[in-house]
Design a protein around this ligand. Structure first.
Ligand code: SF4
Length: 362
């Protein structure tokens, strides 16, 4: 997705949903109140544009999120789309985007969306494992979801896939298989959401059952880190990891259980940095130590892109004690190195340079 983009979200609060997915409570996730399409959208767009200001190098999209847009009655879809189209006609918005269920799109529907200025379609795929889809009451199988990705791509939309991890009935293997099938389907971008148990959901009522336990935060970070490392070389950007901390979501009692963290994406990047640095330094320094006198300590400074320092030190500097604990005999520090790109680092020891460029994604 080239260029800067302002996305103005307008939440549908499960409008159009023909069934209730076991994990879903969009009223909590969005924190948005139900409003009239016309006035609500106008207010939302005006508020976003006023805060973000105007920038000539930026494209603006209105996004219809939090429901099953293409399952709405046609008259309701058209009402929303016409409202959006008016902002395009005024020149303040460039295009529309929406999220929807994979089983509610066909070729005619795609053409109609295009005619209204929709450029991006995000499919709530969640899993590509039939059993997980059934347990979650999705109402369609993986083949339907893959066919929808192909249709949306073939129709020329920018295509997004939303995946969840830690769903009821989902194993690590089935999540990995979902990621691999998603890569093969070739969307333009993905979003990764660790599944959390929300208040007033069918999942909440099943929490006592063994198959319905959410992931721990550590496991969710690790699964997501693995996925990020696989999507990256496949050229598929992960544009979001973790739920947005809306007022509704973080209100007391709304998250019943599960791996929620307001800075989940940062935790994943910090995890990847920590594990790669420890892996590389563990090998390189051990090798060097074996050639030096026993027991001698080695000082190493890790060279980082300026924007990666926080990922290296970790959320609330949690990585630093881990480096000390797991890299015995190494005094570790860091410096900003202009030669490093994002996600890369160099290691410099007091005896000389150990490694020039190492990617946390490889
Ligand atoms: S996950 Fe999507 S399709 Fe399922 S209930 Fe929520 S908004 Fe509707």
């Amino acid at each position: 997705m080239a260029g800067k983009r302002l996305i103005i979200p307008f939440f549908l609060n499960q409008e159009g949903c023909v069934r209730r997915c076991i994990f879903c409570n969009q009223h909590i996730i969005s924190g948005a109140k139900k409003t009239d399409a016309r006035s609500g959208l106008a207010e939302t767009v005006a508020a976003y544009l006023a805060t973000a200001g105007s920038r000539p190098d930026r494209t603006v999209q209105i996004a219809f999120y939090g429901g099953s847009f293409t399952s709405l009655e046609l008259s309701k879809q058209n009402e929303y789309l016409r409202c959006g189209q008016q902002f395009i006609a005024q020149g303040v918005v460039h295009s529309l985007r929406l999220s929807t269920r994979p089983d509610s799109l066909d070729q005619d529907g795609c053409r109609r969306l295009q005619a209204f200025g929709v450029r991006t379609v995000e499919l709530g795929v969640q899993s590509l494992n039939d059993r997980v889809l059934a347990v979650c009451n999705r109402g369609h199988d993986a083949a339907v979801a893959l066919a929808a990705v192909k249709l949306v791509k073939d129709q020329g939309f920018e295509t997004g896939v939303q995946l969840m991890l830690g769903l009821p009935g989902q194993s690590r293997e089935s999540f990995q298989e979902t990621v691999e099938k998603t890569i093969a389907a070739g969307p333009d971008f993905v979003r990764l959401y660790p599944a959390v148990v929300l208040r007033h959901t069918p999942w909440e009522l099943r929490l006592g059952d063994a198959d319905y336990q959410p992931l721990s935060l550590a496991a969710a970070v690790e699964w997501c880190g693995w996925a990020l490392k696989v999507f990256k070389p496949a050229g598929i950007p992960v544009v979001r990891m973790g739920l947005h901390p809306s007022d509704g979501l973080i209100a007391p009692g709304n998250i019943v259980a599960g791996p929620y963290h307001p800075a989940f994406g940062e935790l994943v990047k910090s995890y990847l940095f920590r594990e790669k640095v420890i892996d590389i330094l563990g090998k390189l320094v051990l090798d060097r130590q074996s050639r030096l006198e026993k027991g001698r300590r080695i000082s190493v400074s890790v060279g980082l892109h300026r924007a990666d320092v926080s990922a290296f030190v970790g959320h609330q500097r949690a990585n630093l004690p881990e480096y000390c604990r797991r890299l015995e005999g190494i005094d570790i520090g860091w410096h900003v190195d202009r030669r490093q790109h994002r996600g890369e680092f160099a290691c410099v020891a007091n005896e000389g340079r150990l490694v020039d460029h190492c990617s946390v994604f490889s």
